[in-house]
Design a protein around this ligand. Structure first.
Ligand SMILES: [Zn+2]
Length: 665
């Protein structure tokens, strides 16, 4: 069927009291929402609505319907996601062609990402010329560009500006011993794999039966779906840095093996080991921080492997110091004598940095392991054998180098301000998309810990600060954010990767003017309900390089809620082969009238009040006003030429003034 629109009678009221000088430029005085179920036949008011007002609007809606004004196909904005290096001319040419194709198909918004958005200060005129080409194409095609900003979670691009702003795990009281002008790590206590040469597998704590001895190695062949693990339990010192090396050979081994470091149910290592299906003997590295644990289980394992052969050999473990050492105010390095006397950097020891931290092959890229730096002593009072204790912070990444920026270091906020200003100068966009997403390391460095906040309130504070920056740079502009870190059905909970504490409550940082973009298909019903309950509008991120028809399940799950304003064709693989079918599914979906619910706000520009209606382009809206909540009169009736309409208001001469709006068509 071609798309139709179910109209539900919906009334929103904004109330403007005596205008008083306020400085908040986007102050919502009060919004009253009254909703009738769109599933009920028209003319059967439910109890929460005063029937007199309702029937008036219903009659009006029916009248207009009788006049033959047909609803347009879908209430929803149609978005598509593109991540591209816009410095390259060919990429710009391709993008403009894609924009033409998408516009032709019915798309209205382009969600646009480029790693260079985080370092516009380093971009040349050529880059900004390319942005101009894209902006012009968008204008010609009536496409709205929504650029991404603030990558919290996948922060490498932002960390390009200062790799030391990465969130750091604490290493505490590492033992160093002076020898010939250097202070070198002393294992405290010594740590080793008893069966590390794999000549006697019985020396390991336990293993699965399909891990067998093979000429001084441990071999796994054709596990056929079974786990194949060999495990050593070790005693470690809390908050120390450990390095594991292991040699691996593989022949047509289909599922990649991993080294897992578990303390109870807590994993201390998430980096990919990087073993190829077929490779000769290759040394791989794992680094972990013991955090608060004194016992760990180290797994050399395959989970769900299928076919092929894999060999392990020569496993070693050592305590190390200063690998990926972070230097910034909120991640202090302190070195004490065992008697507790602090050493002074530059006087007692040379300035200590790890020049390979977050810098190879370019800033913002972090490796798992390289040879750590030495602590060089300057004071000759530190004789051979002197024992020192060092406390410091090191970078930690997840999977393939994913790095999280510290939200608590003041320099991070400076970076965000700078990015927002440069991005808005470059794009002049109506809205920006905050890229909070899968924040997997958080709340460990001194800058974080001195705030005495749990992870949830810390993230809430961060997203408030981010929204405030965008509102300062782009007053009245729309603000979007990915859902996962603010959703208790998804990632906003305790025991999330290397986050210290509980992420619950992060959502309290989202005011209801922020548009949330849920993307977790499996929890779609609960997620949509959760954010609708918070009063946030939502744009659904669909597709994810799978069956395009799944978007229908998203839309069906969203039927009960107001404020569903759009759907994104979200590809992480630059795969636009389903662009048209996806759009057609969205356009054909019978959108419930609830999705057309307008929002009425009262905001101020200086002391000048204005009424803001947030709806959908090309829909017809009636706004009524009353001084007493009894006698309503039409104030304006118009078809929206934009999704946000603003009307200047005169302050009411006395008493209050009330407004309400309904979408008629
Ligand atoms: Zn921090």
């Amino acid at each position: 069927m071609s798309g139709g629109t179910e109209r539900g009678p919906i009334v929103l009221s904004a109330i403007m009291h005596h205008a008083s000088p306020v400085t908040d430029r986007h102050l919502r005085i009060e919004v009253r929402r009254r909703v009738l179920s769109p599933e009920r036949p028209m003319g059967q008011p439910v109890a929460i609505m005063k029937s007199r007002r309702l029937s008036y609007l219903v009659r009006l809606a029916l009248l207009i319907a009788c006049l033959g004004i047909a609803p347009r196909g879908s209430a929803l904005e149609r978005w598509f996601y593109v991540s591209q290096n816009l410095w390259v001319d060919q990429n710009v040419t391709n993008l403009v062609a894609l924009m033409q194709r998408a516009s032709q198909a019915g798309y209205t918004h382009l969600l646009l990402n480029d790693s260079k958005f985080c370092r516009l200060a380093t971009m040349d005129a050529h880059y900004f010329q390319n942005l101009g080409v894209i902006k012009q194409a968008a204008t010609n095609l009536n496409l709205e560009i929504v650029p991404t900003v603030f990558p919290f979670g996948y922060s490498n691009d932002l960390l390009f500006n200062d790799p030391n702003l990465i969130e750091g795990l604490p290493a505490q009281s590492t033992l160093l011993v002076v020898s010939n002008g250097l202070a070198s790590i002393q294992p405290d206590p010594p740590v080793t794999f008893p069966g590390g040469d794999f000549s006697d597998l019985s020396r390991w704590t336990w293993k699965d039966n399909n891990v067998v001895e093979d000429n001084g190695t441990a071999r796994v062949t054709d596990p056929n779906g079974a786990n194949a693990r060999i495990v050593q339990q070790l005693t470690v010192r809390p908050f120390r840095q450990y390095h594991i090396s292991i040699q691996v050979k593989a022949t047509n081994f289909v599922v990649a093996p991993q080294v897992a470091v578990l303390a109870g149910n807590q994993a201390l290592n998430y980096n990919s080991l990087g073993v190829q299906p077929t490779q000769g003997w290759t040394t791989h590295h794992v680094v972990f921080n013991s955090l608060a644990n004194s016992t760990v289980n180290i797994y050399f394992g395959v989970w769900g492997g299928t076919t092929g052969s894999l060999w392990w050999d020569n496993a070693t473990i050592e305590e190390i110091a200063f690998l990926n050492l972070i230097r910034r105010p909120g991640a202090p390095l302190t070195i004490l004598t065992e008697g507790g006397v602090p050493l002074v950097e530059g006087a007692d020891f040379s300035t200590l940095t790890d020049p390979l931290m977050g810098s190879v092959p370019y800033p913002g890229v972090y490796d798992v392991y390289h040879f750590p730096p030495h602590l060089q002593l300057l004071s000759n009072t530190l004789t051979n054998g002197t024992r020192l204790r060092a406390s410091w912070y090191h970078a930690a990444t997840v999977y393939d180098g994913q790095a999280m920026i510290c939200p608590s270091e003041p320099a991070t906020l400076n970076l965000l301000h700078d990015q927002a200003q440069r991005m808005h100068a470059a794009w002049g966009a109506r809205g920006y998309f905050m890229s909070h997403d899968e924040i997997r390391v958080l709340n460990w460095c001194a800058a974080c810990q001195t705030r005495s906040l749990d992870a949830g309130p810390m993230l809430a504070d961060n997203v408030r600060a981010c929204a405030a920056i965008l509102r300062q740079v782009n007053p009245g502009g729309r603000i979007y954010v990915w859902s996962d870190m603010f959703d208790p059905n998804h990632n906003a909970h305790a025991n999330y990767y290397l986050v210290r504490g509980d992420l619950a409550g992060s959502w309290q940082g989202l005011d209801s003017d922020i548009i949330v973009v849920p993307w977790n298909y499996d929890t779609r019903a609960a997620s949509l309900q959760f954010f609708a309950g918070l009063g946030n509008r939502q744009v659904i991120a669909g597709y994810y390089d799978s069956d395009p028809t799944l978007v229908t399940n998203w839309l069906s799950a969203a039927r009960p809620y107001t404020g569903i304003s759009g759907v994104i064709y979200t590809t992480w693989q630059n795969n636009y082969s389903n662009l048209e079918p996806f759009e057609q599914l969205v356009a054909a979906y019978p959108a419930p009238g609830l999705w057309l619910t307008p929002r009425l706000l009262v905001s101020f520009v200086g002391s000048q009040p204005q009424l803001v209606l947030e709806g959908e382009r090309s829909h017809q809206y009636l706004i009524e006003q009353t001084p007493d909540l009894s006698h309503w009169a039409a104030w304006t009736n118009l078809t929206a030429n934009h999704a946000t309409l603003t009307f200047p208001l005169l302050p009411p001469p006395n008493g209050s003034q009330f407004f309400r709006a309904a979408c008629l068509q």
